[in-house]
Design a protein around this ligand. Structure first.
Ligand code: ADP
Ligand code: MG
Length: 223
């Protein structure tokens, strides 16, 4: 319980920061990028490429913060979660295939509608499935399940056959900037925890090293 309180305090602070700063950073970055592209013919091309890729990286981090900082755009509606999942898996299909990964969907037939902001939920499933893909450098299967647990809850479960996570590291997941990837931002899971918390749900992660990881997103049913 202590862990959970600490995590949501941190998330609240990060959310405030995001709202204030993220948007302001984007415009000057776009200007910088434009001028570097103009100068690229004169200055050494390799230096220009380094500058541009660093700017892209800042943009990526800022976009992840921006997802959290748009409370005015949030509109909850009753949605068919199966359609949302199908939409996301078809978007990520090419990236999966490129990594010799197959995404398999297994939905219970009686999944009720969920009251949600669909773009935010899409963001959650994109982040989770991307993590699954990135955890399987040698290919394999990702299984996306939708299960009705009882009259209150549904679980969307995303399991992979990837590298897994050591038990000691699981409490760190979702902390801002916690990443083990060379080009990771360490913000994807933080965004997921925050969005699901706002939807009155929870996320549980279980994992076995070198076997795979399973992420359970538990969401309340529309009533
Ligand atoms: P990023 O993907 O940018 O590193 P995330 O917040 O999405 O940031 O994930 C944080 C860390 O959690 C990852 O760097 C990785 O160590 C671990 N992780 C998340 N999902 C998985 C997964 N499916 N399998 C193995 N490790 C994972
Ligand atoms: Mg990620």
């Amino acid at each position: 319980a202590e862990e959970r309180i600490r995590r949501s305090d941190k998330l609240a602070a990060v959310g405030l920061l995001a709202a204030g700063v993220a948007h302001e950073i984007r415009n000057p970055l776009t200007t910088l990028k434009g001028y570097i592209q103009l100068l690229a013919t004169d200055i050494d091309k390799n230096y220009a490429d380094i500058l541009l890729s660093e700017i892209d990286r800042i943009n990526l981090i800022v976009s992840e913060f921006l997802i959290l900082s748009k409370p005015q755009a949030i509109k909850y509606e009753s949605q068919d979660i199966k359609l949302i999942l199908n939409n996301i898996t078809s978007i990520l299909e090419p990236q999966a295939r490129l990594n010799r990964i197959q995404i398999i969907s297994e939905y219970d037939s009686n999944i009720p509608f969920i009251n949600c902001e669909q773009n935010q939920l899409k963001q959650v499933f994109i982040n989770l499935i991307k993590n699954a893909i990135e955890a399987m450098p040698n290919g394999g299967e990702i299984i996306v399940k939708a299960k009705k647990v009882n009259n209150q809850m549904v679980i969307i479960q995303i399991s992979d056959e990837g590298i897994g996570i050591e038990e000691e590291r699981i409490p760190k997941l979702g902390e801002p900037f916690y990443t083990t990837k060379e080009h990771g931002t360490g913000l994807g899971l933080m965004v997921c925890f925050r969005i699901i918390e706002q939807h009155g749900g929870t996320i549980n992660i279980s994992s076995q090293l070198n076997k795979g990881t399973s992420v359970d997103v538990c969401l309340p049913i529309d009533c």
